[in-house]
Design a binder for this molecule. Structure first.
Ligand code: FES
Length: 157
């Protein structure tokens, strides 16, 4: 069964479309509300958004697979995205990623059994001055070490 936006989100989408001269220009914000509504952008959502914006599903797929902010499968309540780019790597990011994976007992891209945590890596988060860093949902955490990560996880549990 193909997904359908709630009435509230349909109204949001209409408001978004009103800001753009062409429907297809609204693809990014429409995908944001779709992700808020469904938690991720699956193939059926890609097709629905494409139909809504009068574009081909492959054009939606191109955008969804380009930006790491769009989840292609369900994620946990807390989506931890660890920066894997240069500054963070040089300051121990890879070791901290291993620490997190071991601590939560999952692999990269996986979700804990209780559906609380998903871990993935991202390119530069644009906060290199705080390297090594990560995001949990929309919150940034920088100058990380194992002790700080322990505290962050304790606060989220
Ligand atoms: S390299 Fe990690 S935030 Fe820029």
């Amino acid at each position: 069964m193909s997904p359908e936006f709630s009435d509230k989100v349909k109204k949001q989408v209409q408001d978004i479309l009103a800001h753009y001269p062409e429907k297809k220009a609204a693809l990014l914000p429409v995908l944001h509300v779709a992700q808020q509504e469904f938690g991720f952008i699956g193939e059926d959502t890609e097709r629905m958004v494409a139909a809504l914006l009068d574009i081909k599903p492959v054009q939606v797929r191109e955008v969804v697979t380009f930006y790491t902010m769009y989840n292609r499968k369900p994620v946990g309540k807390y989506h931890i995205q660890v920066c894997s780019n240069l500054s963070c790597s040089l300051l121990g990011g890879a070791g901290l990623l291993d620490f997190l994976l071991k601590k939560l007992n999952i692999g990269l891209g996986e979700t804990t059994k209780d559906k609380k945590f998903t871990i993935s890596t991202v390119e530069c988060l644009g906060a290199c001055e705080q390297a090594p860093c990560m995001m949990v949902n929309f919150d940034y955490y920088g100058d990380l070490d194992e002790e700080k990560i322990d505290k962050i996880l304790d606060n989220l549990k």
